[in-house]
Write a protein that binds this ligand. Structure first.
Ligand code: GH3
Ligand code: MG
Ligand code: MG
Ligand code: MG
Length: 292
């Protein structure tokens, strides 16, 4: 999941300018990465995650303009704030960049203080946007929209670089009766309690999201179905043994889960469907179990 320190990528062929920005932004407690050309930028954008991008226009051999399509159409990159930092004071360049999706345009020479203010404003907007668009307000974890976007990104990656990736779909058992018996607020506490337990027992690289009312989904990287099943089953065991310590004053409950490992040729929908079929089986077979 995202770390709390914001990461910037500076794409500029001017080494002096990159060094200056590196130094000044680091003093502002931001993490900075740099790329001196478009090819390096593409590689870094693919390998890492950034919260804001500062892009130069005049660069060799490829100009900054050649990055716009990737930056504004890729599902992983399209919401990252983009500031163009250019020596061109030409109104045509300014308009074109804004039309292509830049969030701001700053001309060189510039005052660092002004650039920093623009960076801060865009970062805070992006954080608010993430909360509203991609987070579940009750549990604070990612929502279905974010998960689906991320799953497409992950699928592209695994198609390129094959590895074991598994999906787990979890559904709380007889949740309706918990609501009926104890009331909706207690039901909400159960959802929060399970979120806490899942977060405490999953890896940093696993992506957890609330997929529906009382349904959670987990993407487990570098994990075979058999391994994912063990991880999720251990969580279910903990719920049986320690219902109260983890979930402060809420009734004991269980969940059922279905696991599916990605196989070549499966698209997102088919992959989730496989996990869902196993979840359905688990419910049929009496609930409170994890099936592959
Ligand atoms: P099963 O074991 O077959 O999954 O049964 P179930 O009762 O868990 O399944 P069902 O789909 O019948 O009920 C899900 C319930 O979850 C119904 C809905 O009111 C409740 N629910 C959905 N979202 C929330 C929420 O945010 N808070 C609370 N308290 N309840 C919710
Ligand atoms: Mg340049
Ligand atoms: Mg359900
Ligand atoms: Mg349920």
């Amino acid at each position: 999941m995202k770390s709390s320190v914001d990461r910037l990528l500076i794409i500029d062929d001017d080494a002096d300018l990159r060094n200056l920005l590196l130094k000044r932004f680091r003093q502002s407690d931001l993490e900075i990465d740099e790329a001196s050309d478009v090819a390096t930028a593409k590689r870094k954008l693919y390998e890492h995650t950034y919260d804001l991008i500062i892009l130069d226009l005049v660069m060799y051999p490829e100009s900054g303009y050649t990055l716009f399509e990737l930056l504004k159409e890729d599902v992983k990159l399209k919401w990252i704030p983009l500031i163009v930092l250019s020596g061109s004071n030409d109104i045509e360049d300014k308009v074109k960049c804004l039309e292509l999706g830049a969030d701001d345009y700053v001309t060189k020479p510039f005052q660092f203080k002004e650039l920093k203010a623009r960076v801060s404003r865009l970062l805070s907007r992006a954080r608010q946007f993430e909360q509203l668009a991609f987070r579940d307000p009750l549990t604070g974890i990612y929502n279905r929209r974010y998960f689906n976007n991320h799953l497409s990104v992950e699928l592209q990656r695994v198609q390129r670089y094959p590895s074991s990736v598994s999906l787990a779909l979890l559904d709380i058992d007889r949740f309706k009766s918990i609501n009926d018996k104890f009331g909706h607020p207690v039901g909400d506490q159960v959802l929060k309690g399970l979120t806490k337990l899942l977060k405490a027992n999953l890896c940093q690289t696993d992506l957890l999201a609330r997929y529906g009312g009382e349904e959670f989904i987990v993407l487990l990287l570098d994990t075979k179905a058999s391994e994912a099943s063990i991880v999720i089953d251990e969580i279910l065991q903990k719920l049986r043994i320690l219902p109260f310590s983890y979930t402060d004053q809420i009734p004991a409950f269980t969940f059922s889960a279905g696991i599916a490992q990605w196989e070549p040729g499966l698209n997102e929908t088919e992959w989730i469907h496989r996990a869902d079929q196993q979840l359905y089986e688990a419910k049929q077979k009496g609930r409170n179990k994890v099936l592959i």
